[in-house]
Design a protein around this ligand. Structure first.
Ligand code: GLC
Length: 514
């Protein structure tokens, strides 16, 4: 694993909505460059940026038209290189978003693949052998080419699936992962990765990483495929990082990924903490961390054995904002947890100031219900909250206009704000080796409130108690407790082996003599 991941704290940037410097209503690379000091000062030392490649934007850029060219609206390849360089100057790292599973229908590869004459791209995508045949287990595009066949799609109908083969081919059109077509797709994706790594990017977040080989329920062939790609990468670029959007670390880490996310899809543990009818992080106190904890333990052991990390994101461009239906106390509690768990933390832009999910928006660029989590960043009290000088009506997505919406400026000034709490928590994480990404972790109590776990390094051991519910709680440990190193809420106290954790609060205590 790349050394820098050991203390990486990530900030996810959705480039469309971050900072617009040329007044066209949409964010750009220069806008990100101008905010790097803000990102760094908040405590982040790594960035994941959503796709920024040439695209017709039917799915916000996850429908790539040219893998090696940036979308003009963000800037040129040279501008992106400048962004890499500016990150490195500040000792920061940046991951691009790699979309290996599908392209846009407008990609040159697909246009050539649609031709009836056999050519280099005939097998780049999954095509059935005649128009009336449907690809197994997938939707398809049909009737748009002279080629007699149906092309499988991976996500929206404008996103044809690249051909990495089928785990166990059953029908004539299905190829093995090692057949020439799938192997040339694989080589093409390696070539794309090489292109950006040579330009200075530090690795990739990989979109739908578990979906490449089709009809592969146990992911055996998908894992083999990734082992090949990550193996190549590690030999050529040992400091490059690979993070998968897979949501099942037992598979992704076996494929050689350094990190995987817990997500809103896949096993339900992540949602049970943050996004369900009665989440654990709620003053109502009707949730439990149990489902999460049981799944996490199993995966944590596997991740540790494989030398990988599990990341628990605050949110992302596909989920409801963390702040939806949550008050400031609850949000602070969420971050006390997110910033003390092992694995690299990932904070979605705007979550550090508690940006709202904007209700009732019309879909923009294939966002649908996700659009409300993708609204322009709120910086200050100038026009469009400092996001853009464009006319309000020209903004990429309508901005939150609720009178009490947070901005960076307001939150910086308020000593009691979520933003200032996050700064404090990140500082604490950096200063306490027990809280580092790879330091040891063990659950102590996870049946209801509070959630209690230990973090440990060679130098220190900390007991972390998190109590989002509306009542004070106490917890008695089997070790003699030391000093409180952090507390959230009123009246946190330790006496002997017992900790009092305030309502909607958290207490981190050192273990004596450790
Ligand atoms: C991933 C992306 C999502 C996109 C989809 C298809 O889940 O995060 O935004 O729509 O893949 O590429």
């Amino acid at each position: 694993m790349a050394k820098w991941l050991e203390n990486a704290i990530f900030y996810e940037i959705y480039p469309q909505s971050f900072n617009d410097t040329n007044g066209d209503g949409i964010g750009d690379f220069q806008g990100i460059i101008e905010k790097l000091d803000y990102i760094k000062d908040t405590g982040f030392n790594a960035i994941w940026m959503n796709p920024c490649f040439d695209s017709p934007f039917g799915d916000a850029g996850y429908d790539v038209r040219d893998y090696k060219k940036t979308a003009a609206r963000y800037g040129t390849n040279e501008d992106l290189k400048r962004l890499f360089d500016e990150c490195h100057k500040r000792d920061m790292h940046i991951l691009l978003d790699l979309v290996p599973g599908h392209t846009s229908v407008e990609h040159e590869w697909f246009k050539k693949s649609m031709l009836p004459e056999i050519n280099e791209y005939t097998d780049r995508y999954i095509w059935t052998n005649n128009i009336w045949e449907q690809p197994e287990g997938l939707n398809c595009i049909r009737g748009i080419s002279d080629r007699d066949g149906s092309a499988a799609v991976n996500f929206f109908s404008s996103q044809p699936a690249l051909n990495y083969g089928y785990a166990q081919p059953k029908f004539a059109y299905q190829q093995k992962p090692t057949d020439p077509g799938p192997m040339s797709t694989r080589a093409a994706i390696k070539d794309v990765m090489k292109f950006w790594l040579d330009m200075g990017c530090d690795g990739f977040r990989v979109d739908m990483a578990g979906s490449l080989v089709k009809c592969d329920p146990e992911y055996k062939e998908t894992i083999k495929l990734w082992q090949d790609i990550t193996g190549y990468l590690k030999s050529e670029y040992p400091e490059a990082a690979m993070v998968s959007e897979w949501g099942e670390p037992q598979y992704s880490l076996a494929g050689g990924f350094d990190m995987d996310f817990l997500l809103h899809f896949g096993p339900e543990g992540y949602n049970s903490m943050f996004r369900c009818a009665e989440p654990f992080f709620s003053k109502r106190g009707k949730g439990t961390p149990k489902i999460f904890a049981e799944q996490y333990i199993a995966n944590y052991e596997k991740a540790k054995a494989g030398g990988g990390l599990i990341c628990i994101p605050s949110g992302n461009h596909d989920m409801d904002r963390l702040a939806r239906g949550r008050d400031w106390d609850e949000l602070k509690c969420c971050f006390a947890f997110l910033l003390t768990m092992p694995g690299a933390p990932f904070v979605y832009y705007g979550d550090e100031i508690g940006m709202n999910y904007v209700e009732g928006l019309t879909s923009v660029e294939g966002g649908y219900n996700r659009t409300g989590s993708r609204t322009p960043m709120q910086w200050d009290s100038t026009a469009n909250d400092g996001f853009s000088s464009a006319d309000k009506t020209q903004l990429y997505i309508k901005q939150d206009d609720s009178p009490d919406r947070p901005t960076v400026e307001k939150q910086k000034l308020d000593t009691d704000s979520l933003y200032n709490e996050i700064i404090k928590l990140i500082k604490l994480r950096n200063e306490n080796t027990a809280l580092h990404n790879l330091s040891e972790f063990e659950f102590v109590s996870y049946d209801g409130y509070p959630l209690v776990y230990r973090r440990k390094s060679a130098e220190q051991e900390l007991l972390i108690c998190i109590n989002p519910c509306g009542d004070d709680k106490s917890f008695t440990d089997n070790e003699e407790l030391g000093e409180i190193v952090y507390s959230l809420g009123e009246n946190a106290a330790v006496s002997g082996r017992t900790v009092n954790i305030p309502a909607s609060g958290a207490v981190f205590v050192s273990i004596k003599n450790k």
